[in-house]
Design a binder for this molecule. Structure first.
Ligand code: HEC
Ligand code: HEC
Length: 433
């Protein structure tokens, strides 16, 4: 059996398309994908030109045409930025994909990253709160297994689509090593984040081993599988190529390849004024005017800061999630691809965008009554709710127009490939059927 992958890279309009076969030379591929400054041009400029609107640390490294017609400076960059020590190569992306789908990374070998971040649900899981270890099935239909004593995961599963851009600032700069991760920003960078679910009791570890043994056990398991051992050796080199750092790097590289930067809004931003309909343009104007951009700023529509809104607790949890700093602070989520990332808020209590917008109408102004079914969390005193949220100026007519604008931030052209098998031989994705 041959050990190595080699990959045709087809830069398509939608993103990166990689096709792999066994072969002995993948170094050249690395050169194809990487530029010396660590920028990777995964996505070509859209037809008719289009720059990357304001420099993402590397400018138009891929040769995009500078567009003088930019209608909005919040279009997503065409390039993703990798840490200097984790260049994005096609072979690494494919290894990361296998790890992402392989339940061998979980204690009971029944859960993979894809269990909660599945392309059928926009790389989230479509649930308010996920079921990890011991569960059976996928998405909203996933249920506890027999004798499953492990509860729900505490927070809503965010998508990994466009996490390559987490932390992007209003000038379009990304610092991949510092990129904030999780609803409370408690981790930095995709590389660091990737190893944390392995440790989590509810998500992946279960009863199989103690938390402090996690990496030792998982590394030993992967090292025992020849196909993995060979791929790690080829991609990372060295004597102990299967180690936790390289596992994190491969998974992070895969996640960085899952990009969707060609929504109708992005096309509009780059100069196609017909990409949004009149109602969406009205919604965009209202979104900016009423104050949403105080927090949902930049091309990911997030300032990546923590704010208190006073979202009510999810009763399924059985306790009150106090968020960051014990102050019910949660990170402003991106507003991209909301069509696949509901239900909304950190605990999934808002079923649809109308629920979300009605909740904002309740917290704005004097906070009295208002439409909708979500009450302000009784544990959060009114003066603790972020000023910018209390100062919103939504009126009756805004809900529909803003919801229409938010639809223009959807783009499902990201890579949705599911591997046919994983090197452990376990069911692809875990116990998800
Ligand atoms: C059982 C469900 C589950 C599994 C399995 C799981 N995740 Fe997650 N993931 C979540 C939840 C829930 C969060 C948010 C947790 C929080 O904010 O406290 C999350 C957050 C993330 C984030 C942060 C996204 C952001 O924008 O902040 C990334 C990246 C991620 N997961 C990748 C992975 C990877 C890689 C794996 C496998 C090694 C994995 N997840 C396994 C449920 C899961
Ligand atoms: C004070 C900062 C702030 C302002 C102003 C603000 N948001 Fe948010 N938004 C947040 C935070 C923080 C969350 C997450 C809260 C939580 O889950 O507890 C959020 C969540 C959301 C969500 C749910 C997304 C998801 O994936 O769960 C949507 C949709 C949303 N906001 C839209 C808007 C719109 C539209 C406006 C303007 C009417 C607005 N926001 C104003 C900070 C803000």
């Amino acid at each position: 059996m041959k050990n190595l992958m080699w990959c045709f890279i087809m830069i398509t309009f939608a993103g990166l398309l990689v096709q792999c076969e066994a072969d002995e030379q993948n170094d050249e591929i690395a050169n194809l994908v990487d530029t010396p400054n660590g920028n990777n041009n995964l996505n070509p400029p859209p037809p008719g030109g289009g720059g990357n609107n304001g420099g993402n640390g590397g400018g138009n490294a891929g040769g995009g045409v500078i567009d003088n017609n930019v209608l909005d400076d919040r279009g997503l960059p065409l390039n993703v930025v990798s840490p200097a020590d984790n260049a994005l190569t096609a072979a690494k992306v494919e290894l990361g994909r296998l790890l992402f789908w392989d339940p061998v990374l979980s204690g009971e070998q029944d859960v993979s990253c894809a269990t909660c971040h599945h392309p059928d649900f926009g790389y989230a899981d479509g649930r308010a709160l996920p079921i990890g270890v011991g569960g059976i099935g996928l998405g909203p239909a996933r249920r506890d297994g027999v004798n499953d004593d492990i509860g729900l995961v505490q927070r809503n599963s965010p998508t990994i689509v466009n996490t390559a851009f987490n932390g992007i600032d209003e000038q379009g700069n990304v610092n991949p090593n510092q990129a904030p991760m999780f609803w409370d920003n408690r981790a930095n960078g995709l590389e660091e984040q990737a190893l944390l679910p392995l440790h989590s009791f509810e998500e992946m570890r279960g009863h199989a081993f103690d938390e402090d043994e996690t990496l030792e056990v998982i590394v030993a398991r992967i090292n025992a599988i020849a196909a993995y051992r060979n791929q790690f050796q080829q991609i990372f080199g060295g004597n102990n190529a299967v180690n936790s750092i390289n596992i994190g790097q491969a998974i992070a590289a895969f996640e960085r390849s899952i990009v969707a930067n060609n929504s109708p809004f992005d096309r509009y931003a780059r100069g196609d004024e017909n990409a949004l309909n009149p109602q969406q343009i009205q919604g965009l104007n209202r979104f900016d005017a009423v104050g949403c951009t105080d927090c949902h700023s930049g091309s990911m529509f997030s300032d990546y800061d923590l704010h208190t809104l006073g979202v009510p607790d999810n009763p399924l949890l059985g306790f009150s999630d106090v968020g960051a700093n014990n102050r019910y602070e949660f990170r402003t989520p991106s507003l991209r691809n909301l069509n696949t990332t509901g239900p909304y808020f950190h605990n999934g209590v808002a079923g649809d965008l109308t629920d979300v917008l009605n909740f904002y109408r309740r917290i704005q102004g004097n906070g009295g009554g208002g439409p909708g079914n979500l009450n302000i969390n009784p544990n959060v005193p009114r003066n603790q709710i972020d000023q910018d949220a209390r100062n919103l100026r939504l009126n009756n007519n805004d809900v529909q127009a803003i919801a229409a604008f938010l639809q223009a931030l959807n783009d499902e052209s990201f890579d949705q490939q599911i591997p046919a098998s994983v090197p452990s031989g376990l069911p692809v994705g875990g116990n998800i059927r």
